[in-house]
Write a protein that binds this ligand. Structure first.
Ligand code: PLP
Ligand code: COI
Length: 365
């Protein structure tokens, strides 16, 4: 496939899907990323041939040669988005075109071929269509979709691979944090940074997450749910969390989030929150926030709320901040009114319960 050519997906339904009773048991309390559906999508790429061999088939292990390039130099990218059971019984995706665009941007940064938007969207529609019975109908449940792509060429030289495999899998999920929408506690990492200028911070590549795990483990040792990364140059400015962007809400009703300077992931939830908050009459700004200022504004009461946002986290209040010098609470430590109101607006749009005035919702069924 090259340019605008359309891929034909070969559909091979799973001959031994999970029984309805077993599926219902799994969907009762899926947690996050532990349960998987019956199918997956795969599309191959080779230099000179383009994208080919698109399939919807039974979810199964992927045979791999031990010299597959990804196993050595981590040429891998991924995305995360959700399919929702909408209030009218249909199924919706939230801004999947934005995920397609970010997947292409990540591919460019990692010297990988770009999967055309149409193929990305069709892969989602095929998988959600064939596995639609796996979408949890409980409040807060959704089908998390994980598109990813890796260098599958068998060679050990350090150069961009000539062959890639795109895969899409799906996982029914509940809340990312075990406490649901209860405020989380975050750990400000003193030692580890996530991304430096010129690095891969704005790309959704597996390596960024591998490098964050030790900092996340340190957060957990300190009784925290997530790590907050400061910038790599001055160790002063708040970048983002391990898997979420961050917003600050002040006593004048304004919202501030760190700007996209290339070291943080351009979150689709982040961008949506900026639009929704502005529509609701809040002043919004993309501005650097220093950790010192965060502490000072929490102490003075000027800072009322802080929240994390992302596909997995949706919008989750941050109640307490821990760091090597101590800890502090934000506001009264509970979920803030602005946080919960923006969350509700977002969730209502995602589930088709509110007007989709920005055209963010794509119906798949
Ligand atoms: N930042 C990081 C590091 C992430 O992994 C994610 C999740 O994808 C986000 C931010 C939020 O991005 P989005 O809102 O597009 O899910
Ligand atoms: C997402 O929100 O989709 C992510 O990839 C973040 C990760 C913490 C699951």
């Amino acid at each position: 496939m090259s340019g605008g050519d359309k891929l034909d997906f070969e559909i091979r339904p799973n001959p031994a899907p999970v029984s309805a009773a077993d599926r219902a048991a799994l969907l009762a309390n899926p947690g996050f990323g532990r349960v998987f559906t019956d199918h997956m999508v795969t599309i191959r790429y080779a230099d000179g041939k383009g994208w080919y061999d698109a399939r919807v088939e039974a979810r199964a292990p992927i045979p791999m040669d031990p010299a597959s390039a990804v196993l050595h130099y981590a040429q891998e990218i991924f995305e995360g988005l959700k399919a929702y059971q909408s209030v009218d019984g249909g199924v919706t995706l939230f801004r999947p075109e934005a995920n397609a665009a970010r997947f292409a941007a990540s591919a460019r940064r990692m010297a990988m071929p770009e999967l055309p938007e149409q193929a990305f969207l069709e892969s989602l529609e095929h998988l959600v269509g064939i596995d639609r019975d796996w979408i949890p109908s409980v409040e807060g449940g959704s089908l998390y979709l994980r598109p990813f792509m890796f260098a599958s060429e068998v060679f050990l030289g350090v150069r961009p691979a000539n062959e890639y495999l795109y895969v899409l899998i799906a996982s029914p999920v509940g809340s990312y944090f075990s406490g649901g929408v209860q405020p989380v506690t975050v750990w400000v990492s003193p030692d580890y940074t996530r991304a430096a200028p010129g690095g891969t911070g704005a790309a959704k590549c597996g390596g960024n997450y591998a490098a964050s795990l030790v900092a996340q483990a340190e957060a957990i040792e300190h009784g925290c749910d997530q790590v907050v990364f400061l910038d790599a140059v001055e160790r002063r400015w708040v970048d983002e969390l391990g898997g979420m962007n961050v917003f600050f809400v002040y006593d004048d009703g304004s919202l501030v989030t760190p700007p996209l300077t290339g070291t943080i992931l351009p979150g689709i939830t982040r961008e949506s929150v900026l639009r929704l908050a502005e529509r609701a009459g809040h002043t919004v700004a993309e501005q650097p926030v220093s950790f010192e200022q965060w502490q000072a504004d929490a102490a003075s009461g000027r800072l009322r709320e802080v929240f994390a946002c992302g596909t997995a986290a949706v919008i989750t209040p941050i109640g307490e901040v821990r760091h090597p010098g101590g800890s502090f609470t934000v506001g009264d430590g509970g979920p803030g009114a602005v946080t919960m109101s923006v969350r509700q607006q977002l969730v209502d749009i995602q589930r088709g319960a509110a007007d989709d005035e920005y055209g963010w919702v794509r119906r798949v069924r």
